[in-house]
Ligand binder design. Sequence first.
Ligand code: PGA
Length: 246
Amino acid sequence: MTRRRLIAGNWKMNGTADALGEVTAIANAAGEQDRVDVALCLPATLIARAAAAAPGLAIGGQDVHASESGAHTGCTSAAMLLDAGATLTIVGHSERRQDQHETNADVRAKAAAALAAGLGVILCVGESDEVRTSGDAVAHVSAQLYASLPEAPSDSTHLSIAYEPIWAIGTGKVASTTDIAEMHAALRARLFAAFGEAGQDMRLLYGGSVKASNAAEIFAVPDVDGALVGGASLTAADFVPIVAAG
Ligand code: PGA
């Protein structure tokens, strides 16, 4: 089973018009290779301009509302993301699970809405430092994934899972390759249990302080099909070498 790798950047709440040059530089580098899929998940305010400036690059959102439209001040629907030029979105990032108190049920509903509208989804799961220290990380994250999974998408490659240990996000700490392998094997088994063979097509990304210096080692871990990259996706200088390692 060969899954095409996906290297996705998550700009979080960073980037205004003056960052569009980085988007086009990343798009140019991504366009010069065809081994891996590359995407940038941008602030909602940048999506339309980035999609126009870099038509060959997959542009994504960082969140989506579960409803099609209505009285949800400040929120963005799947149709709005598509309309702006996005082709995918992140759901369930730990910063949203924490800051916006999103539950597994919320994440499942967001993923379902995005997939139904035709967006690709990167669904994030991951354990806290406390859970990792307690020794329960694999059981905890498997249960989190199971409770967050939507129904099977019609195209199974539209659903990717990002395993992002919370303690590794933005900290410079990276999970050991042994721990990543153990977690990804458990998540793959969970996807197979939920979706059968279709679960084999879904990509499992690792996220948490991925950078040029550790990307190749992480990509060599069995069942790692790419990365979700935060801080090191903000500039072409940092992100392009990660794409090259993919
Ligand atoms: P980081 O963020 O690469 O800055 O650790 C990853 C993420 O939160 O997706």
